[in-house]
Design a protein around this ligand. Sequence first.
Ligand code: ATR
Length: 283
Amino acid sequence: MKKYLVIGKPIDHSLSPKLHNYWIKKNNLNAIYEKRLAEEKDLEGLCNDVREGKIDGFNVTVPFKEKIKKYLDECTETANATNAVNTVYRKHEDGRYSVMGDNTDVFGFQQSCPLRNYSKRGASALIIGAGGASKAIIFALSNLNVRCFAITNRTREKAVNLMGQIIKPKDYKDHFIYEWCKDEEQMNKPDIVVNCTSLGLQEIDRIPLDFSKYKKRFFTKKIIFYDLIYNPEETNFLLNAKKIGQQAINGKMMFLYQAQKSFAIWHGIKNEINQEVINLLND
Ligand code: ATR
């Protein structure tokens, strides 16, 4: 029986086992997917287990997406560009096995982001947060032709650092760093605002960014408000967006699409994302 895992700390909340085991069963595969609470010292051993075939692959979640990289033999371009790995698998080439890392969060975001259907080139984005998730989202948005980025982060230094890492295509426009939730008045109108912070995981969390004050100036056009968080389903960030009549999207579809791609990497099967699968996460 093939064995797959999701590792992280904490890990209890993870819905990956539910989803992957559902697809394993649906495809009649002889496999199991479990969650495991891990420590940093376990990472090397887990990668060795994949190389030796004791484990067939695993997903990586917070806080190990970056830390796992040094134990891998090779990473995909996306994993290198984002400096984050969420899917580990084994590759057989030239008579030897190597342990590979990929980042399917980027695909998950791109597939679920309405900007992918925009014909407009050179869209703009406001990124809230400057951690590991922000880097992957900026990379994904660049693939979706976003050419102007603004970042606001509690720790300004991290925003500056992240900004310095954005690869600038020929047609890039000016980028901006805004003081943490102070500079709304100066902000340019973005096409999309993405919450990449963990603010919202607790029901009482509030991002101290008040767009409604500038409703007239800001919302002469539709803006997408996207929160990577999907549990709770509606963060205050999304509730506020809805209150001012804007499109609000949570991280559920991103989660489903990243899992779809991880599953395809391991099993060579592309599962359909349908209502049944979406409902599975609601139960
Ligand atoms: P991830 O890999 O999920 O992005 P991370 O690298 O730890 O995790 O980044 C978490 C992000 O959430 C950061 O932007 C962090 O802001 P700081 O850089 O100032 O730490 C942000 N964040 C977490 N808790 C926050 C809080 N209470 N208020 C404001 N921002 C917060």
